[in-house]
Design a protein around this ligand. Structure first.
Ligand code: KG4
Ligand code: ZN
Length: 365
């Protein structure tokens, strides 16, 4: 059975359309997967002056771009609309105005072509590239870089991005139980907010990582320290980042003498900024590692660890997994940030063996 899926992602600040071709055998196993188009338009420049995503601005920009991006994806794939056999779309979680643009566009397209519409959970989809990596055609830029057969179950999965921090237990690619979530700010959001305090651009994650690297190079790492893994006795798997962010703010106030009002990082030297970025990154990443260690301790049957989401691009973060002594698989960097290929792959994973089902529009939070 072969299907050609056009997938749409518009849950936050990326407007993305991808097209994949997927072949399954009679048992429903995926035997080949080709990415025919992978179009992503990021809105980061539009939101940069605000230091974070502005929901209304995001929705309007998706609305302005989605039609052209879908056209471009079809052109790149050299397919005609009628070659498509299913549409997949991010149904949530995400910004409601932004989601509505993608969902309504997808519904209209599926209705006009009279083909199934598959609704996809965005957080689940972040893991799909990790679960399906070996299946990519070697011709694709996003080619395989690990042997997917090595991803054995049960697996522990961390999806860590600007909007989410989910720790889940996977019995198989489609049987997932959420162990923990972020109770306040997500990890990537904390990177972005601390970057703003330091006067850096949006998104702050890569810029903080770079500053932290410079701090390490010049051994400028002892000036600050923030709480790494706030006590969370009642739940060993949940995440909390608002405390670290406040601690960073307080330390900047102390350092600069600015007692009230906005902090922009203008009054900090380059060395102090590097040192703060280093200490924050240490604290933020050690909390992620700590929750993973807790889960590995509580569930000794876990065979592999899977990591995805925007923050998974952080090289320092990736290096920390060596000490876990568990086979760990990361999403390829090009599929860590929001994109529609992961939505298409998740649709392929969740589809029935005898063809596509019209998934009910489940409520995603
Ligand atoms: O997955 P993603 O593109 O969007 C969401 O679903 O939220 O993740 C974006 C987030 C941003 O908060 C960004 O600052 C963070 O991922 N990020 C990083 C790095 N690259 C991106 N955080 C830490 N280190 C990085 N190198
Ligand atoms: Zn995401």
């Amino acid at each position: 059975m072969q299907n050609t899926i056009l997938a749409i992602e518009s849950s936050c600040d990326e407007t993305a359309v991808s097209i994949i071709k997927v072949k399954k055998n009679a048992q429903g196993q995926i035997i080949s997967l080709n990415i025919l188009a992978h179009e992503v338009e990021s809105q980061t420049e539009i939101h940069a002056p605000f230091g974070g995503v502005v929901p209304e601005v995001a929705a309007r920009d998706h609305l302005a771009k989605i039609y052209d991006i879908a056209h471009k994806a079809l052109n790149v794939s050299k397919l005609k609309k009628n070659d498509l056999t299913a549409i997949a779309v991010t149904m949530g979680p995400g910004l409601i105005g932004a989601l509505m643009v993608g969902v309504l566009f997808a519904r209209g397209l599926a209705m006009s072509l009279n083909i199934p519409l598959i609704s996809v959970n965005h957080v689940d989809a972040h893991l799909a590239p990790v679960l399906l990596l070996k299946q990519f055609s070697p011709k694709d830029d996003l080619r395989a870089w690990h042997d997917v057969e090595a991803v054995s179950f049960p697996a522990l999965a961390l999806t860590v991005s600007g909007g989410h921090c989910h720790l889940s237990l996977l019995e198989s690619p489609n049987e997932r139980k959420i162990l923990g979530k972020c109770l306040d700010d997500a990890c990537g959001e904390a990177f972005d907010k601390v970057a703003k305090l330091l006067g850096l651009a949006y998104p702050g994650g890569p810029l903080i990582e770079e500053l932290a690297k410079q701090a390490e190079k010049s051994a400028n790492i002892n000036d600050f320290s923030y709480p790494g893994k706030p006590a969370n006795k009642e739940n060993r798997y949940n995440f909390s980042y608002s405390g670290i962010k406040t601690a960073v703010m307080e330390s900047i106030r102390k350092e600069t003498g600015i007692k009230k009002g906005k902090i922009t990082g203008k009054d900090l030297s380059k060395e102090k900024k590097q040192s703060i970025a280093y200490a924050f990154q240490q604290a933020a990443l050690s909390q992620l590692l700590n929750r993973i260690e807790n889960a590995l301790e509580d569930f000794p049957e876990i065979k592999t660890v899977l990591v995805a989401g925007g923050v998974a691009q952080n090289k320092k973060f990736r290096s920390l997994f060596a000490k876990l002594n568990k086979p760990t698989f990361f999403a390829p960097p090009s599929l860590c940030s929001d994109n529609a290929t992961m939505i298409a792959l998740q649709a392929a994973l969740s589809e029935n063996t005898d063809g596509f089902t019209r998934h009910p529009f489940a409520k995603y939070t």
